[in-house]
Each structure stands twice: as structure tokens, then as C-alpha cells.
Design a protein around this ligand. Structure first.
Ligand code: ADP
Ligand code: ZN
Length: 303
């Protein structure tokens, strides 16, 4: 396919990244700005793409990988909207409608983590795989799933950061930070949970601090559950917290121990180093994923 240019939006809770790229994932122009009100934020995105289409050429599609919860179902009346969210002002925002009105081109819209999963499938650590999971562990925790070659949505979309994990209050009396569930996965293991539990930002905790054993324990509990539930061929751990270099190796060994030799797959028993991995695209997974969503939207519109 030789359709020239695509627009990509990585819509985060604190910042928006907008980019224009080519079908092989090359970014030609990029901007970033803080996430403020929906009006101001989406107006800035629209202006950027208008300027870039004048400078570089018309866009063939747009992809939006966004914080949620959101409605990614194209047949739903609220497709493209942000669903009820604690983020002030954003509940009910019609993100796709605003962009559609400005550009009138196919628009892909999905969760930030499903977008990143698609980016990793095309250009990153999940090339050639049909079933795998992508997690971000940062300000929040979210999981995206590619299942048999398609991004999983189901009823709305997965909320893998909000599963409940065994929480031994005697060992870890921290109550958790999730406003809905307190001690779900996100409540116990997100960046803000680390900061609140230990009284300092996660990136400032020393490598040998007990925080990392406990963090790896919670992530491994979640991985054990998701491996049993989805049978993924690989799991990618993105976001700020896994950038701590000692964390992923600890997660691998604890996950292996928790699985207790039950799943007899060479990929798990012998190749854990290649089974739980950081994103191949590093911190570019999000924006690359939005670009991939744009291409996918055009392909679906042309199918
Ligand atoms: P966001 O989730 O806002 O997109 P990040 O994925 O960078 O952004 O997540 C931010 C959180 O991750 C913060 O709580 C921060 O303390 C934590 N964090 C960022 N970098 C690191 C690091 N190198 N090691 C440990 N924690 C980190
Ligand atoms: Zn929760």
C-alpha cells in the first residue's frame, strides 16, 4: 500500500504527543503538549495536523491511542468518546468526532496499551506473534492484548491493571492507591503506589531497596494470572517503572516460580529472557502504536 502519510496521537493523562509518519513507521514531524481541557488539547492537535498536512502533504488516516476508559467499538453510538473518568472535564469527550469533523479521513481509536501492542507487533518486540500482551506500568497500570492476530476489546476493553491480587497485609500493610479498589494491581504496583508506600519517587529508590522485591512479587502474581488466562506467546512490560534495570529479571524468576512448572512450554521454562521483555520500541511504542492504528483504520476502510 502506498498511501503516503498518517497522523498519530498518543493521548496520555499528562501529555499528548502528536506525530506525522510514513507507512513504515518513520516519524517526519512531532510535537508534544500538556493534557489540559479537552477543547484546548484537541484544538492543539487539530492545528498541528493542519499545519503538517500543508507542509508535508495530505494525511490518509489518523490513529489515536488514548488514556481510558474509552469506547473503541465502531458500531457503538458513543464510539470514539471518553467514558466516565476521574480525569476532570474529559468524561464524554467525543475525541474521534472532533478529529473527523476537521479531517474527514479514517480514524483508528483504541486504548494506549492496545495501540502500543499493535506498534510492537508491526515494528517491535512482538513481530511475527499472534497472541501476546503489552503492559504499561507507570502512573497507572494497563494491559493491551493481541489475541489470534486481533486487538482484544470484548465488552468495552480490558482493564488488566485493575485485577485483584493476593495481598498479604501482614507483610505489606500499605492499603493501595486505586480510587476504586484500593489494593488492585494498579493500587499496589503503579509508580504512585511505590512513591506513597516508600515516601520517595520510584526512580530515586536504590537498586537494593526492598521495594523492588515486593514490586516484582506483585507484577509476577499478575503475570502468572495473565499467562494462565491468555496463553500469550510473549509479554512486553513498558512504562516508567520497568525501566528500573533490575526489575524485569526479578519478575522473570518470580513468575517462573509461581507457575511451578505447570505450563510445559519451552518459551517459559527455558527462554524466560525472551518471554518477558521490555518494549522493542522503547519509549516510542506509544506513538508508533498510534501510527499503526491509523494504518489499520485505512486498511479497514478500504477492505
Ligand atoms: P505515564 O504513565 O504518565 O505515561 P511513565 O510511564 O513514565 O509515564 O510513568 C510515570 C511513573 O513511573 C512515575 O510514578 C515515576 O515515578 C515512575 N518511573 C518513571 N521512570 C522510572 C524509573 N526509571 N524507575 C522507576 N520508576 C520510574
Ligand atoms: Zn483498581
Amino acid at each position: 500500500m502506498r498511501n503516503g502519510l498518517f497522523g498519530a496521537i498518543e493521548g496520555g493523562g499528562t501529555k499528548f504527543v502528536c506525530a506525522v509518519g510514513t507507512p513504515n513507521g518513520k516519524i517526519l514531524a512531532e510535537t508534544r503538549f500538556p493534557t489540559t481541557t479537552p477543547d484546548e488539547t484537541l484544538d492543539r492537535a487539530v492545528s498541528f495536523f493542519q499545519e503538517q498536512s500543508t507542509a508535508l502533504g495530505k494525511l490518509s488516516g489518523l490513529g489515536v491511542a488514548c488514556f481510558g476508559p474509552l469506547d473503541p467499538n465502531p458500531t457503538s453510538p458513543t464510539f470514539g468518546h471518553i467514558l466516565p473518568t476521574p480525569k476532570p472535564g474529559w468524561t464524554g469527550t467525543d475525541v474521534v468526532g472532533r478529529l473527523q469533523a476537521a479531517f474527514g479521513i479514517p480514524i483508528g481509536f483504541d486504548t494506549d496499551v492496545n495501540g502500543a501492542a499493535l506498534g510492537e507487533a508491526r515494528w517491535g518486540a512482538a513481530q511475527g506473534l499472534s497472541t501476546f500482551l503489552y503492559f504499561t506500568i507507570g502512573t497507572g497500570i494497563g494491559g493491551g492484548a493481541m489475541v489470534e492476530g486481533r486487538l482484544l476489546h470484548g465488552l468495552i476493553h480490558p482493564e488488566m491493571g485493575h485485577v485483584l491480587l493476593p495481598h498479604d497485609i501482614a507483610q505489606d500493610p500499605f492499603p493501595g492507591v486505586c480510587p476504586f479498589h484500593k489494593d488492585c494491581f494498579e493500587g499496589l504496583a503503579s509508580g504512585p503506589a511505590l512513591e506513597k508506600r516508600w515516601g520517595q519517587r520510584a526512580e530515586t529508590l536504590p537498586d537494593d531497596h526492598p521495594a523492588w522485591e515486593l514490586e516484582a512479587h506483585y507484577i509476577a502474581l499478575a503475570m502468572e494470572g495473565f499467562i494462565c488466562a491468555f496463553s500469550p506467546e510473549r509479554i512486553i512490560l513498558g512504562g516508567g517503572v520497568p525501566q528500573q534495570p533490575q526489575l524485569i529479571p526479578l519478575v522473570r524468576s518470580k513468575t517462573l516460580a509461581l507457575l511451578a512448572n505447570y505450563i510445559q512450554a519451552e518459551e517459559i521454562l527455558e527462554n524466560m529472557d525472551r518471554y518477558i521483555v521490555p518494549p522493542g520500541l522503547g519509549s516510542r511504542a506509544g506513538i508508533a502504536g498510534a501510527l499503526a492504528l491509523a494504518q489499520q483504520a485505512l486498511e479497514e476502510a478500504q477492505a
